[in-house]
Every structure is written in C-alpha cells, then in structure tokens.
Design a protein around this ligand. Structure first.
Ligand code: ATP
Ligand code: MG
Length: 218
C-alpha cells in the first residue's frame, strides 16, 4: 500500500484551558478529497492552519511525502506545496491579475509563463473580464473565486479550503461550488472545512468529523 500524502499523529492542541485536540490523528491519500466537519468552534480552522504550518501546537508529528517533522519545526519547503485558502481571502490592493501573478513571480516563473497561466486561471474561474479590477470592486463570491484561482495556479500538492461557500448564497454559491467540485475531481488532494450541506453531500469527498478532541473518519 502506498503511504499517505500527508499524515498527522499524536496531536495535542490547547488554547489555555480549552482543549481542541487530544492525541488526534489523520491521514490524507494523494488525489482524494475530504470534507472536515464539526460544530462551530470544534477546531476546523485551527486544524487546517496547523497542517499549513500557520499555527503551532503543544505536540504533534507530521509526515508529508517521505519527510517527517514536528509541529514545532514546520519545514519551509512544505509551504510551497501545502496551500491554505482563508475563509475571507486576503487580496492586496492592485489588480486581480497582479494578485494572481504574485505567487508565480515569487516562485521564479518567468513573465511570459506567468501571463499565460494567469489568463488560464482567470478563465477557469470565470473572471477574465474582471482582471483589471481592484479587489474592493469584487463581490464576495468573485473574491472567493479569485482565491481559488490563485491557489489552483500554484498547483499545490495539498489544497486546504476553509469554508469556501460561507456567506455566499444563490448563484455566487453555485459558482464557487462548481469550482470546488472541479478542483476535487482533478488530480489535486483537497481538504475542505465546511458545514455546507451541499459540500457535505459531494460523494467524491471522504468525511472527517471533529468531536471530543479527536478526528473521526466516516
Ligand atoms: N488564537 C486563538 N487564541 C485562543 N483561542 C483560539 C484561537 N484561535 C481559535 N481559538 C479557539 O479555538 C476554538 C476553535 O476555533 P476554530 O476557529 O478552529 O473553530 P472552527 O471549527 O473553525 O469554528 P467555525 O465553525 O466557527 O469556523 C474556538 O473556541 C476558538 O475560540
Ligand atoms: Mg472556522
């Protein structure tokens, strides 16, 4: 059997007296999609942030591909491959196109390639006609689609989406659901924190439930 793409074990996480995880563990297989559910405050955001190395813990062992680490020493090299998309995506004050290009420039991709890949990603997200706009002119749904396009563009090995459809309804929510589904159906390994019934119903996703300090597969 192939080893998992990512694994977390013996995780202890507390905020003061509040215990979020106690000896919790999980594994993600390459190419699979997961939905992480649990009551408000059960630790979904905190879990994704720990997997992305944005948040520490009292204890925990991590494995990614064939490398091992602890929650105290998150390997810098993993950050390029494990990408977290915030519930309220941060976009800097420039055009949408520049927002998408930035991550590629940081990875040393040349200008011609950047332009091609940014155009493709904008088209994928249905945002080609928005590319010259500054972020404050976008609706909430468009901003979330920019964030998804920006993450896809980086081609992460593990993509972590925090409540991608929260605060959206109607057509905006459907558009984001379509993109999320497309990401899951493609070769990516995607983990979505959500209690959106439509995301939870997606048959392509395995369910993980946070409760009582543990992470349970369903
Ligand atoms: N930096 C922090 N300091 C102290 N407590 C925190 C911190 N971050 C989160 N918490 C607490 O940890 C618990 C889990 O928070 P988290 O945001 O991970 O939950 P969640 O499952 O994502 O909730 P929601 O469904 O509302 O998004 C909450 O009780 C929260 O108040
Ligand atoms: Mg949350």
């Amino acid at each position: 059997m192939r080893p998992p793409l990512f694994a977390l074990s013996a995780l202890d996480k507390r905020f003061g007296a509040r215990v979020l995880f106690e000896q919790a563990a999980l594994q993600f297989e390459a190419g699979h999609g997961y939905v992480v559910t649990g009551a408000n405050g059960s630790g979904k955001t905190t879990l994704l942030r720990m997997i992305a190395g944005l948040e520490g813990a009292q204890q925990g062992t991590l494995a990614f591909r064939d490398a091992q680490a602890t929650v105290y020493e998150y390997p810098e090299a993993w950050r390029r491959e494990i990408v977290y998309v915030h519930q309220q995506p941060y976009l800097f004050h420039s055009t949408i196109e520049k927002n998408l290009e930035y991550g590629l420039a940081r990875r040393g991709i040349d200008a011609d390639q950047r332009r091609i890949r940014v155009r493709e990603a904008l088209e994928w997200a249905g945002l080609s006609d928005r590319r010259e706009l500054p972020p404050h002119k976008l609706s909430g749904g468009e901003a979330q689609r920019v964030a998804l396009a920006r993450a896809k563009l980086l081609d992460p090995a593990l993509l972590l989406l925090d409540e991608p459809t929260a605060n959206l309804d109607g057509e905006a929510r459907q558009q984001v659901l379509e993109l999320v589904t497309a990401l899951c159906l493609a070769d990516h390994t995607v983990v979505i924190a959500s209690h959106d019934p439509e995301i939870m119903r997606l048959a392509i996703l395995d369910r993980m439930v946070l409760a009582g300090g543990r992470i349970r597969m369903e």
